[in-house]
Ligand binder design. Structure first.
Ligand code: FAD
Length: 408
């Protein structure tokens, strides 16, 4: 009885949310056949430890569900990612990348017969140069920050707040900012290069001079699989000098089935709706957010509206913020509410927030929010940005196989 009730509740929430915001658009495809084991592609992929999963999974928002039929891989280095992508690409198998599954828009949840590449085994850290380190894309950035502060006399300037969640690759794919961005800028100001496996398994190291670099931040897995990134470090003058130049380590962190947050059974989903706003419009934006909160009091258990200042140094990623200036990130946030009409209110809040953003031409941190669908991204991104993103996608992923149906 308990199970039946909760399923009914979930499906009515699914129907409601699908209507306006594109939420749940990736809800489970309950296919009746699931036998990729017989395919030639699978027989080649199995050599790389690829398995078939017949279980569904959800991301951190618990609003969307994956297909119950997909392939899974846990490659341990860039070469293995490249080999796997090469095979999948040659057989036109759609590929999806998953870091910590800490996002809420379903873009890391596999659809039917997709190949899901987990990055959790990409966990090598190398201290090749002073003032930087090269980190595997699957390492949770907050864990890495703690480790570096503890083990060296340097620190990682920007990582997420809110505990252990986003991975290095996932944080880049979202954009990445935090309270400390007031002093050090967005994550994009603190990364020197990104290694990306693109269509056909090509490996590219993209550094800051490459025009593609700025489009990686906020790209939500559309351009390929990020396998590692070189992160800038800053010295902690208060600590005696300690830095093991040349060392390489395998990083360990708690993990269950690929998504480490699942270990914390009792963590409730946290929802965010964020505006990225120029200083002159901050007061107006905060008023608008506060009015939305008052109108939908049960949508979530609200925390006070947050506000971070993001300082401009060298560039802003077009998929995040398209002006070369300081800006604020401010937003409504809170944990899931159990009020009977909370799902309905969350849906309405999302929908009204979408309209607000479009009508007032606000910027938002769309990559980190629950809403997301190809239609919404097309409406939201300025045409120039959208078209340029699409051009880069066509060059790196000519068959459009990476994270199909999420943005493109
Ligand atoms: C509680 C909470 C706190 C948060 N705090 C912050 C914060 O302080 N600052 C901030 O900026 N954001 C924050 N976020 C948002 C978070 O950074 C993003 O949702 C991020 O993308 C999650 O990373 P992940 O590794 O879990 O990625 P996933 O959820 O697994 O994937 C997210 C997207 O990135 C893609 N992706 C992941 N890894 C790779 C890779 N290696 N290569 C290519 N594509 C990849 C996926 O395909 C998917 O499209 C927070 C989110 C939550 C829920």
């Amino acid at each position: 009885m308990m199970i039946k009730l909760s399923r009914e509740k979930i499906s009515s929430a699914l129907a409601l949310l699908t209507a306006i915001t594109g939420l749940f658009s990736s809800a489970a495809s309950i296919g009746n056949e699931c036998n990729p084991e017989n395919s030639i592609a699978y027989k080649q992929l199995i050599k790389y430890g690829v398995t078939v999963s017949k279980n569904t999974q959800m991301d951190f928002g618990r609003l969307r569900v994956s297909s119950p039929c997909y392939l899974e891989a846990w490659p341990e280095n860039t070469k293995a990612v490249s080999d796997i992508v090469k095979i999948a690409y040659s057989y036109n198998i759609p590929i999806r990348t998953q870091g910590g599954a800490h996002s809420e828009n379903g873009s890391s949840l596999p659809k039917k017969l997709e190949l899901l590449i987990h990055t959790s085994q990409l966990k090598t850290v190398s201290f090749d140069h002073l003032n930087s380190l090269t980190a595997g894309a699957g390492i949770p950035i907050a864990y890495l920050k703690l480790y570096v502060s503890d083990q060296t006399s340097y620190f990682i300037p920007v990582a997420n707040g809110g505990g252990i969640g986003p991975t290095v690759g996932g944080f880049i794919s979202a954009g990445g900012m935090n309270e400390s961005s007031e002093y050090y800028g967005g994550f994009w100001e603190n990364v020197d290069s990104v290694t990306l496996v693109t269509g056909e398994g090509k490996v590219q190291t993209i550094n800051r001079d490459n025009p593609i670099f700025r489009y990686l931040f906020g790209s939500m897995g559309q351009l390929g699989v990020i396998t590692q990134a070189e992160l800038r470090l800053l010295p902690r003058v208060s600590k005696p000098y300690q830095f093991t130049l040349g060392a390489t380590e395998q990083f360990t962190f708690p993990i269950t089935d690929g998504s480490f947050w699942k270990k914390e059974k009792f963590i409730k989903p946290v929802y965010w709706l964020n505006l990225l706003i120029e200083p002159a419009r901050l007061a107006e934006a905060r008023r608008d957010l506060s009015n939305l909160q008052k109108k939908y009091p049960h949508a979530m258990l609200y925390m006070p509206i947050y506000q971070w200042s993001i300082t401009f140094f060298n560039f802003t990623p077009p998929l995040i913020y398209d002006k070369r200036q300081n800006f604020y990130a401010t937003g409504i946030w809170g944990t899931q509410s159990i009020h009977p009409d909370s799902q309905e209110q969350l849906q309405k809040l999302n929908s009204e927030f979408n309209q607000l953003v479009l009508s007032k031409k606000y910027k938002r941190y769309i990559q980190a929010e629950p809403a997301g669908s190809p239609e919404l991204y097309k409406l939201y991104f300025p045409a120039d940005t959208y078209n340029q993103f699409r051009r880069i996608k066509s060059a790196l992923d000519p068959k459009f196989l990476f994270n199909k149906g999420s943005v493109f």
